[in-house]
Design a protein around this ligand. Structure first.
Ligand code: NDP
Length: 384
């Protein structure tokens, strides 16, 4: 029996994770499930899985959670400290909170040892070196659940990283890949959240539409795989069948293919180094017929360029990029700014805020908080 904790259990990745866990109850027992405010979803998941512990990060939701789980053996807790405490101690932990809000829980999970699976990419972007150092110190195994990074992980020869010529990250290009820049001015939140290939939470869906997601993934790949930054490339592959590739010096390119369903990479991390069955049918290559590739357009989608610049500059830049993007995406989803303003606002915050490199967790959190304040201030003044 492997004990499993799911941070962000009510979200898109969390739900996919529990779908797999629940298919093999003899193999997995659920230690802790967490959510922010979704009491109903969390309580239902805790009842189904007989979780030992259920935690809401928003403490005001604790009475409702207590009531929803009355009469069960699941213990309940609420608040940020309870969330961080719950993150440590499982054999296998899925980090699937959205945004930098997941950073402290991820660090707690890593400190607890075991296997920590990162879907939550923002902590790696903002505090990559600290996350990796913590894993080295505790002996925790980090596995990537993001489909691209999971694909690279499956193809990467960690014993011979110097034989890797390039990493090629694929991206669908999002729902507006064929739209003109002018047409994108009028994009609504509903349009941005409707991804052509993947069903995901609202924030990452908007990130996919702006291509900030690919930018964050570029930084994530640079953290996870020992290759120089300039050897990580992005290619648009609209079918989302090849999830990424590793190009070796001898001219061999290894790719991982699969359905656009997060249960495939999550299953890889759940069973690793073994394999487990998923409900996905085999890919029908003949029905697919063709796979297309094209270069990304960094004029219509400046996010990728901004992310590459932040990665190259290093220091606090990735954390600022991430924090400003989180604030701008929330404002876009709330109808307060236009779609094209997201990248403009992130660029503006990066222009105006340039603190020294943060070297501790507290310093990263301080940069994150200060970048958010500055982004909100700029939005009040109006940019773009
Ligand atoms: P969702 O928005 O669907 O779910 C987010 C989860 O985090 C929910 O359980 C939510 O709880 C919880 N949460 C939100 N805010 C907080 C907070 N402040 N404190 C504690 N918990 C919080 O997100 P996704 O599942 O789409 O994405 C999760 C992460 O995985 C992101 O970093 C994303 O980039 C990454 N990822 C997602 C993929 C996908 O297919 N969705 C693919 C690859 C990576 P509640 O429900 O109560 O709000």
């Amino acid at each position: 029996m492997r004990s499993v904790t799911v941070l962000g259990a009510t979200g898109s990745v969390g739900t996919s994770t529990l779908d797999l866990v629940e298919r093999e109850p003899e193999r997995f027992s659920v230690r802790a499930l967490t959510a922010n405010r979704d009491v109903e979803g969390l309580a239902a998941a805790a009842r189904r899985t007989r979780a030992e512990l259920a935690v809401v990060a928003d403490e005001s939701c604790l009475p409702a959670l207590r009531e929803a789980l009355a009469g069960t053996s699941t213990r309940v807790a609420g608040g940020r400290d309870a969330l961080i405490e719950a993150a440590a101690g499982a054999d296998w932990t899925m980090a699937a909170i959205v945004g930098c809000a997941g950073l402290e829980p991820v660090m707690a999970a890593i400190a607890g040892g075991g296997t920590v699976v990162l879907a939550n990419k923002e902590p790696l972007v903002s505090a990559g070196e600290l996350v990796l150092a913590a894993a080295r110190a505790s002996g925790a195994t980090l596995l990537p659940a993001d489909s691209e990074h999971n694909a690279i992980f499956q193809c990467f020869d960690f014993d011979r990283p110097d034989r890797v010529r390039r990493i090629v990250l694929t991206g669908s290009g999002g729902p507006f890949r064929d739209w003109s820049y002018d047409a994108m001015r009028g994009v609504t939140p509903d349009q941005a959240v409707a991804h052509p290939n993947w069903s995901m939470g609202a924030k990452i869906s908007v990130d996919s539409a702006t291509m900030f997601n690919k930018g964050l993934e570029l930084i994530e790949a640079a953290r996870l795989f020992p290759v120089p930054h300039d050897r990580i490339e992005v290619v648009i592959h609209r079918q989302s069948v090849i999830h990424s590739l590793v190009d070796y010096v001898d001219g061999s390119m290894l790719a991982q293919l699969g359905a656009s369903d997060m249960r495939v990479p999550i299953a890889h991390t759940l069973a690793w180094p073994d394999r487990m069955a998923t409900p996905m049918p085999p890919l029908d290559l003949v029905a697919l017929g063709r796979l297309d590739f094209e270069a990304p357009d960094e004029t219509r989608f400046p996010a990728l360029r901004l992310a590459r610049e932040a990665l190259t500059a290093g220091g606090a830049r990735p954390a600022i990029l991430n924090a400003a993007n989180e604030v701008a995406v929330a404002a876009f989803l709330a109808g307060r700014i236009g779609f094209l303003e997201i990248a403009a606002i992130v660029a503006d915050t990066l222009d105006r805020y340039d603190p020294p490199a943060p070297v501790t967790l507290d310093a990263v959190l301080a940069v994150d908080a200060a970048a958010r304040v500055r982004t909100v201030e700029r939005m009040k003044d109006g940019v773009a």
